[in-house]
Design a protein around this ligand. Structure first.
Ligand code: AP5
Length: 224
């Protein structure tokens, strides 16, 4: 099963990806997490992308496509994967198509801009795993600590209101055209699905699970 989540910053892609990947036993591939890991490691890529991310701009297509090509060649991707935050431009989607990476299902999480600002200001993350929490809507069991490792949670550098607004602008300009692109290729409610993402986390999860059951060759929890 190869799934893509499209959605504005803070739509809940990372949150929902955690649930779906656990159920389907496939890895979550988040280019945002991968790029933050490069920054944390102080690598050449990390140094080159730090300022762009901090300003809420996209990293260049070439860098991101290269990271993804390497990642999907790993053994854990043999049975599928979920892309969270990739592709983000039509050029990135075309690169997947050129590499003959077949996609089963694209899910667009639809959330209005006003809701995004509220969500992102309360978000906290566990840097090493990419696990996502919210102070109010999805709090950790022990305040300020990751549920699995007990390590400290942090606020992302790009979760400041002015940067969030830039990220939203970038989403509408660069990423939103992908919805039509995939709709034309996969068909509405066949391989491409739009999901209202502003309900509570469990409600959205149920909607996505129903879609995955329709689109998955095995079904959630099925043997593979
Ligand atoms: P990335 O890390 O991908 O950030 P993003 O797409 O902006 O998405 P977020 O991670 O902010 O949000 P999300 O939809 O995952 O929401 P979440 O589940 O955390 O990218 C960061 C940067 O890297 C980009 O700006 C760009 O510079 C660069 N980059 C990455 N990929 C790239 C690419 N392919 N090409 C070029 N550049 C790239 O939820 C948000 C909060 O809301 C959480 O606190 C959560 O607990 C809470 N929440 C979630 N769902 C609900 C709900 N239903 N109700 C209430 N609260 C909820």
């Amino acid at each position: 099963m190869r799934v893509i989540f499209i959605g504005p910053p803070g739509a809940g892609k990372g949150t929902q990806a955690q649930f779906i990947c656990d159920k389907l036993h496939i890895p979550k591939i988040s280019t945002g997490d991968m790029l933050r890991a490069e920054i944390e490691a102080g690598s050449k890529i990390g140094q080159a992308v730090h300022d762009l991310i901090a300003k809420g701009q996209l990293v260049d297509d070439k860098t991101v496509i290269e990271l993804i090509k390497q990642r999907i060649n790993s053994k854990d991707c043999d049975k599928g994967f979920l892309f969270d935050g990739f592709p983000r431009t039509v050029k990135q989607a075309e690169a997947l198509e050129e590499a003959r990476v077949k996609i089963d299902c694209v899910i667009s999480l639809e959330v209005p801009d006003q809701t995004i600002i509220d969500r992102l200001s309360g978000r906290r993350i566990h840097l090493a795993s990419g696990r996502v929490y919210h102070l109010q809507y999805n709090p950790p069991k022990i305040p300020k600590q990751d549920d699995f490792t007990g390590e400290p949670l942090v606020q992302r550098e790009d979760d400041k209101e002015d940067v969030i607004r830039n990220r939203l602008k970038t989403f509408h300009q660069e990423t939103e055209p992908l919805k039509e692109w995939y709709q034309a290729r996969l068909g509405k409610s066949k391989g491409y699905f739009a999901v209202e993402g502003s309900g509570d986390i469990k409600e959205v999860q149920k909607k996505i699970e129903t879609i995955i059951k329709i689109a998955s060759p095995w079904g959630i929890g099925g043997g593979h």
